[in-house]
Design a protein around this ligand. Structure first.
Ligand SMILES: [Zn+2]
Ligand SMILES: [Zn+2]
Length: 396
């Protein structure tokens, strides 16, 4: 049995029994990593890119791979090529990523590959988590937000150079300001850690910023939060992100809203869920009780014969609907009927009389026939989904 040829597999960093998918993935990862566009001026990377392309050209083709496995590279290259490249590595690359003229390459890198590595670069976006109360979300609120972010150094105006000096090219990124970092099968471009994306090396540093061109600036901004805002909503503050590089625009600041848990209310979109206790006589006879809502106290009419766990809804007493003035969600309240723990003698007497009334063929009462009280089924149990939701939402 002839020895298997493995050199091309080694180039793609895969075992010689790798399946087609593994070969593709290996090529994808390495071709992106060593693409000359991402490694400007790096001869070693260019050479590696060519080898990877060549290896993929053979191993990515079933027939060629079989030939290679059995007879080696010479057989695939026509018997006498001595390892010459038969295909153009850039064609192979573009075909693989499905882009003519490098278009696929650009979208692969997130659509933002800069044509000019020394052109302006937009600053990074920042995120700020802001917790507010449900009450603030109901009414809308103006918040003062204070934070530190980096800004351009006022002394050198961001150049990082001492007065009268100029920057030189960064050795690490060869002036591009970016370096490739492997993430799984992809290589993503990141800001060069040496020059922080400027592509420059500062020989004579600005004393104020130490050559970074940036200083920490304290920001204090007033932010209007509209009524009806919900957890997970974002508010964008244009230009309050990190400063751009080489005249690029500032990034943006995103305020991420988080509504703090409320003791009394659970919110779901525009609706509010709550719980309320009522005395037994009100449940039996009906009545009007005052309950808290996000709008303030409201009157709730309890119909006679209300059962423990019944849910009543007050329309229009929920949260404001965003961008629809004076439109509100609903307030749902689950009623718990309290059984009195302590009774006066007079109350006990009245209750005994009440109980006695049930023994006289009252269809709504308990017949003392050994089967226990004849309760009606809790009406909210007819809709277990809703009941479960309330249990989850209201069971604080
Ligand atoms: Zn400076
Ligand atoms: Zn650099």
């Amino acid at each position: 049995m002839p020895a298997r040829h493995t050199e091309l597999y080694d180039i793609l960093e895969i075992p010689s029994d790798a399946d087609e998918d593994a070969i593709k993935k290996a090529y994808r990862r390495l071709a992106v990593k060593y693409h000359p566009d991402k490694n400007p001026g790096n001869k070693e990377a260019e050479e590696k890119f060519k080898k990877i392309s060549h290896a993929y050209e053979i191993l990515g083709n079933r027939e060629k791979r079989q030939m290679y496995d059995q007879y080696g590279e010479d057989a695939v290259n026509g018997g006498g090529g001595g390892g010459g490249f038969s295909g153009d590595p850039f064609d192979i690359f573009n075909q693989f990523f499905g882009g003519g003229g490098g278009g696929g390459f650009e979208s692969f890198f997130g659509g933002g590959r800069r044509r000019d590595p020394n052109g302006p670069l937009e600053g990074a976006d920042l995120r700020y988590n802001l917790g507010i109360t449900l009450d603030e979300a109901f009414k809308g609120v103006t918040k003062k937000i204070e934070f530190n972010r980096s800004g351009l150094c006022p002394t050198c105006n961001g150049s990082g150079c001492a007065d009268g000096t100029k920057p030189e090219r960064c050795d690490r990124c060869k002036g591009s300001g970016q370096v490739g970092v492997s993430q799984g099968f992809f290589t993503m471009m990141h800001e060069c850690p040496v020059c922080h994306g400027t592509g420059q090396k500062i020989a004579h540093k600005c004393a104020k910023c130490g050559g970074s061109g940036r200083v920490s600036v304290h920001r204090s901004i007033e932010l209007h939060i509209p009524a009806g805002i919900d957890t997970g909503n974002r508010i964008r503050v244009t230009g309050e992100g990190e400063p751009g590089v080489r005249g690029g625009a500032n990034g943006d600041l995103y305020i991420l809203i988080q509504i703090r848990p409320d003791r009394r209310f659970q919110r779901e979109d525009e609706d509010i869920y709550a719980e309320h206790h009522i005395p037994f006589p009100v449940a039996a006879l009906g009545g009007v009780v005052t309950i808290p809502t996000v709008h303030g106290d409201a009157e709730l009419t309890v119909p006679p014969g209300t059962q423990n766990g019944d849910v009543l809804t007050l329309k229009g007493k929920g949260m404001p609907v965003r961008q629809r003035p004076n439109v509100f969600g609903n307030h749902h309240v689950k009623l718990t009927i309290d059984v009195p723990r302590k009774l006066t003698d007079a109350q006990k007497e009245a209750l005994r009389a009440y109980a006695a009334a049930f023994t006289q063929d009252n269809p709504g009462g308990a017949k003392d026939n050994g089967t226990g009280p004849n309760f009606t089924v809790n009406s909210s149990e007819a809709d277990p989904g809703f009941f479960q939701k309330l249990k989850d939402k209201v069971g604080l």
